[in-house]
Write a protein that binds this ligand. Structure first.
Ligand code: M6R
Length: 614
């Protein structure tokens, strides 16, 4: 939620900051603003609505020249998304500007204190109190870095703050607590960003910051301290993707590009996972085989699409390792009293590595001495840093708000984890594991086959313009796929959509069936006869009540033909791996229907890519 940019260097800061905001806009798009240090004060502009509104405003009335600036693109928490509540926020005298991501929980108390001292606050935001407090400090002669340390010690909640002082124009100072912030290391220039996309055009060298740290960037360097002023050091890393990965590259939408990138992303996530003798190896895991052998229970925690990846993982892990797996929404896990021991492995799945609920859930688990393993796509993010081990997915940057290649690569990581556990625990023979790894290696080609046939799905989606409700049915590993298909349609097309386990139909959902209702059915491969045939019965039952059945079934499965109003063919793959191909037509369906309805699929209403507040 919210994208933040900071810059000090020799280029014109307005251009660098606004360009950085364009690359971070997926993090929030309610309003945007920029502030530059100029002539002892702050020059700024901010606008409600998408970044284009700000871009137009600064094009019509350019801000003065400056080589130091900060910027913000907002997902509103406190206060409506209007011009006044947009960031930056200024101090009382207008010499200092602040942008912020997160929630300052004690802001009401701080605001009352400021107002009692005669401060007039203009917005409804929690951010403005930080601007006034910081400016109060620098006006009293404190340097901005020390001011930031002092103010942060008074703040409660989660926040990234970035500030500039017009009277100290050669530095930008930032702080983070439970909210993302990375530093971009340039030559004679340095950057701040909510993630590396903010500065990838300028540098691929980055510095990861810890919790409760303050960072000061100047042209010459970067200085990190704790909130108490103690010197600290960030962790330097190289970003292994470049600008083209963060561009639309000729596609109309990032989402469309990311769907089409899935064969590559899956292949990259599988790369280098076998050693010379063919054994599975997970280099970044950081958990020893001895520790893994002791695991007697796994709890997977995640949110949204990542949660549905976790549901698929349960089928795979339990089948291959016989270790019991629970899958739980991170937001629920935290607030009950989960039973965890030192032999419980908590697996946190998060594309961004910054989801607040998931982060808090892993902290909860670690306090109870459980081992935590992250499955994550974002190097340098908080969740892997705070976990005992990590399996990185290699999807490259995912910019569309709806997760697509992020999900597929999470599935791959889950399969790898399951197989690795089977290897170290000896619950499967080496040749069985090798066979599944071979099958996984074939998946990029299978996914490509599904993509090559996308015109059929696109045409089908366009036929559903005006549809008000869609149901998705699946069984076994196809059930979470049904849930994921429904989520995609909800978040992109704003259509009522629900996923059900087909076996549950007669326990209630069948009452929803009415004439013409589209029901997308994920048919399990025929190799699993029981599952397949039971699914067929479910399809017949909804069709008998008037549903229009759109069936996803493997090549050569003729038994489905009499019951499918529309048939989408899937490549023949093992049942546990079927989610990797079955979800793709559902992504295409949602993307095409939403774009045909005129929606912005990269920035759906009310959503933001990374949910860093509770
Ligand atoms: O970054 P994370 O994987 O932790 O994000 C979890 C969810 O917020 C995310 O999957 C969300 O549901 C997406 N919009 C789904 O497309």
């Amino acid at each position: 939620m919210c994208g933040i940019v900071g810059y000090v260097g020799s280029k014109q800061a307005q251009g660098v900051v606004v360009e950085g905001l364009r690359r971070l806009e997926y993090r929030g798009y309610d309003s945007a603003g920029v502030a530059l240090a100029h002539d002892g004060t702050v020059a700024w502009n901010k606008r409600a609505g998408k970044l284009a509104n700000l871009e137009k405003a600064v094009e019509e009335t350019p801000l003065p020249e400056s080589t130091t600036g900060i910027g913000h693109t907002r997902w509103a928490t406190h206060g409506a998304p209007n011009d006044v509540n947009a960031h930056p926020h200024l101090g009382r005298a207008g010499r200092l500007a602040v942008v912020h991501n997160g929630i300052i929980e004690n802001f009401a108390q701080l605001r009352a204190e400021l107002e009692a001292a005669g401060h007039e606050l203009l917005s409804e935001t929690d951010t403005e109190v930080a601007a006034h407090l910081l400016e109060q400090e620098v006006a009293a002669g404190t340097d901005l870095t020390t001011a930031m340390q002092r103010v942060c010690r008074r703040l409660e909640g989660a926040f990234t703050l970035v500030a500039l002082d017009g009277q100290d124009p050669e530095r930008v100072v930032a702080a983070r607590r439970n909210s993302p912030l990375v530093v971009g290391l340039g030559e004679g220039e340095n950057f701040l960003g909510s993630d590396v996309a903010a500065f990838i055009e300028h540098t691929r060298e980055a510095l990861e910051l810890g919790q409760d740290q303050v960072v000061t960037i100047t042209r010459e360097g970067v200085e990190v301290t704790g909130f108490d002023g103690t010197p600290a050091e960030g962790v330097r890393y190289h970003v292994d993707w470049d600008l083209t990965a963060a561009e639309k590259d000729g596609h109309d939408w990032f989402m469309r590009k990311e769907i089409l990138e899935q064969p590559r992303a899956v292949a990259d996530s599988l790369l280098g996972r076998r050693d010379a003798s063919g054994l599975l190896q997970l280099d970044e895991m950081r958990l020893s085989d001895g520790e893994l052998r002791e695991i007697d229970k796994i709890i997977i925690i995640a949110a949204g699409t990542s949660f549905y990846a976790g549901m698929v993982a349960k089928y795979a892990i339990e089948h291959w390792t016989r270790v019991p797996v629970e899958v739980e929404l991170a937001s629920e896990f935290r607030y009950r009293d989960p039973i965890l021991t030192h032999s419980t492995l908590v697996v946190a799945i998060s594309q961004s590595g910054e989801t607040a609920d998931t982060l808090q859930a892993i902290r909860h688990a670690r306090v109870q001495r459980s081992k935590v393993l992250a499955i994550c796509n974002t190097n340098g993010s908080t969740i892997p840093r705070e976990s005992d081990g990590v399996i990185y997915t290699h999807a490259g940057p995912e910019i569309g708000v709806a997760s697509t290649k992020g999900y597929l690569t999470q599935l791959v990581a889950c399969y790898l984890l399951a197989l690795y556990l089977a290897q170290v625990k000896g619950t499967r023979f080496g040749d069985e594991i090798g066979e599944v790894l071979d099958q996984l290696d074939e998946m990029p080609a299978h996914i490509q086959t599904v993509l090559d046939a996308r015109e059929q799905v696109h045409a089908l989606a366009r036929q559903h313009l005006g549809t008000r409700s869609v149901l998705f049915l699946g069984r076994h590993a196809g059930y979470p796929v049904a849930l994921e298909g429904a989520l995609k349609l909800k978040e992109l097309a704003y259509i009522h959509a629900e996923g059900f386990a087909a076996g549950e139909l007669k326990h209630g959902p069948i009452a929803l069936i009415e004439e013409g209702l589209p029901v997308l059915c994920i048919v399990p491969p025929r190799g699993r006869d029981q599952l397949h045939d039971k699914m067929l019965s479910g399809i017949q039952e909804v069709r008998a009540r008037g549903a229009r059945t759109i069936c996803l079934a493997e090549e050569g499965d003729d038994s489905i033909e009499p019951y499918a109003d529309e048939l989408i063919r899937l490549p023949r793959v093992p049942v546990l791996l079927q989610p990797l191909v079955a979800v793709v037509p559902l992504q295409l369906f949602a993307c095409e229907l939403a774009t045909a309805m005129g929606h912005d699929v990269d920035q759906p209403r009310n959503l933001a890519k990374s949910v860093t507040v509770e």
